[in-house]
Design a protein around this ligand. Sequence first.
Ligand code: B12
Length: 213
Amino acid sequence: MGAIENINELIQLGRGKKVCEEIQAALEAGIPAADILQQGMLPAMNEIGIKFKNNEVFVPEVLVAARAMNMGMAVLKPFMTESGMEPAGVAVIGTVRGDMHDIGKNLVKMMMEGRGLKVVDLGVDVSPEKFFQAAEENRADIICCSALLTTTMSEIKNVLTYLESQQARNRYKVMIGGAPISQSYCEAVGADYYTPDAASAADVALEICQGLK
Ligand code: B12
């Protein structure tokens, strides 16, 4: 089995320590960090998602796989981000209230940092008030909301409504994403930008901070 397939399988098995060792070995063998992520790690979470849907695995298995994924991402992080530069801009990011999924959000954060942005991570289960407060305190350019559940997508609308109630809606660009989110949903709730993946999220964020959007 190749190194990338091996990492995929170990993530699905939730073997976090081993995942970190194998990622380290793959990096030392010259495999690019982006290939490890895109060809090994992301498909692993996708496959776990399909198995979960088909009742082949259950929440505990998904949880250990997610933990292994996050541990592996921490090993990759130094290889995907640049450092020592003035931040190109500031984003606050969080998973919306009621939602505990953080892998996608962590990836968006990592990619944005890789493009030179300062990213303030508010974690999961973030209320509209907290998004607003953090954006004000950090003089953010962008507020990024991640939602993974159809039942929590509506929290994005609540964030936008709260910003309006504080007369702050036009101070920030609001970017949204997560598996159930789409461009049409973005337009329907009046958010500024939707992107389907972390790499394009980082591109758009950089363009916003450069005044190109
Ligand atoms: C891992 C996982 C979990 C883990 C989460 C652990 C963690 N630390 O994140 C655990 C076990 C805790 C979990 C719990 C639950 N889960 Co869950 N989970 C998943 C799973 C398998 C993978 C999600 C994931 O990490 N994907 C990988 C990442 C990289 O992808 P992503 O999040 O989509 O992010 C990418 C893009 O969307 C985008 N993006 C993400 N955020 C943002 C933000 C911005 C601003 C932008 C621009 C882009 C962007 O960029 C990312 C990278 O490219 C999905 C299945 C799936 N295929 O999505 C189900 C899934 C999301 N879960 C589901 C369900 C039902 C649940 C539970 C309700 C189960 C239960 N009965 O308890 C609970 C809810 C808990 C809660 N309140 O949040 C359903 C949701 C169904 C629905 N229609 O709402 C799914 C779709 C599974 C299914 N097919 O049934 N889950």
